[in-house]
Design a protein around this ligand. Structure first.
Ligand code: FAD
Length: 265
């Protein structure tokens, strides 16, 4: 038996440009009434934008007074990126689906420092982790395509921040971590960004630094692929036909699942 995680329908209340490559979306409305944060600072939700069936993960930058804030990186091609940029009209006033939040960050009791490394997609989580750990020294290494002064106040002032930029062929975070001067003593290392870089770092932590797995958390947030993977079944026509027939989202999901089963995908 498969059990689908809880879902919430949220209204897009606001859209704000934080920096050239970061758009802040504020979600709210009655559909979010049952939503509760896990309190884990890197928690994320699945986001399904109108006309799509696939979800993409976004960090809960904040959740207070029924308002959920997500900071979306805009990059050249992508379902959410294009929607957030307004490809299907102004997102404000549209409805999106959000899944239950989940988190992963778990520093051990003996952690005397936090070292956070990530690209722009990891910045919301790094900011929230730093904000929720004012008692520990926090060093952030952020690899971003925007200028540090454009993002200067994004991270709490108490954190020590080193800004870097991606290389011409993409992220260089693995190289950066391999060359890092690590703080003395025991701490917790958290890192997120492009998946191949994360795989390289997991190997480095295990084989070179020999860190116990309880003292680090490394997550692939996105995968660099040259072109969007073609879908075996295009959800767009199914969604439009379902809406035109007055079907509920659940019924349209069922039609999509059926079409995928028939296509063998
Ligand atoms: C736990 C978790 C938390 C995350 N939190 C955030 C967050 O807070 N903010 C955020 O913006 N992202 C976050 N991400 C990453 C985000 O889910 C991916 O970047 C996602 O692929 C974006 O979806 P899309 O629809 O825009 O692009 P897709 O349709 O998924 O991808 C289209 C193309 O864009 C490329 N691509 C995808 N992401 C990027 C990128 N960042 N830079 C350059 N090329 C890219 C892909 O390789 C692909 O070729 C998180 C991911 C995880 C797993």
């Amino acid at each position: 038996m498969s059990v689908r995680a809880a879902q919430y329908t949220a209204d897009v209340l606001g859209r704000e440009q934080v920096s050239p490559h970061l758009i802040r979306l504020t979600l709210g409305g009655p559909g979010l009434a049952g939503f509760a944060s896990t309190g884990i600072p890197d928690e994320w939700v699945g986001l399904v934008v109108p006309g799509q069936f696939q979800s993409r993960y976004y960090t809960v930058r904040s959740f207070a007074d029924g308002r959920l804030v997500l900071d979306v990186v805009v990059h050249p091609v992508g379902l959410v990126t294009e929607w957030a940029l307004g490809a299907s009209g102004d997102p404000v006033g549209q409805q999106v689906t959000i899944t239950e939040p989940k988190g992963s960050f778990l520093e051990p009791d003996d952690a005397a420092w936090l070292l956070l490394v990530g690209d722009l997609t990891a910045l919301p989580a790094m900011a929230r982790i730093a904000e929720t750990h004012p008692d520990l020294p926090v060093h952030v290494y952020a690899e971003v395509p925007d200028l540090p002064e454009e993002l200067g106040s994004y991270l709490p002032a108490a954190a020590r921040v080193t800004w870097g930029a991606p290389g011409q062929t993409g992220s260089r975070l693995a190289e950066v971590v391999e060359d890092l001067d690590w703080p003395e003593g025991t701490g917790y290392f958290w890192m997120a960004g492009e998946s191949a870089q994360m795989r390289a770092i997991r190997k480095h932590l295990m084989r070179v630094r020999r860190m116990p797995s309880t003292h680090y958390d490394v997550m692939g947030y996105w995968r660099a692929v040259k072109e969007r993977q073609p879908r075996a079944v295009d959800p767009g026509p199914i969604w439009r036909a379902g809406k035109a027939a007055g079907k509920s989202d659940e019924e349209i999901w069922a039609d999509y699942d059926q079409a995928r089963t028939e296509a063998g995908s």
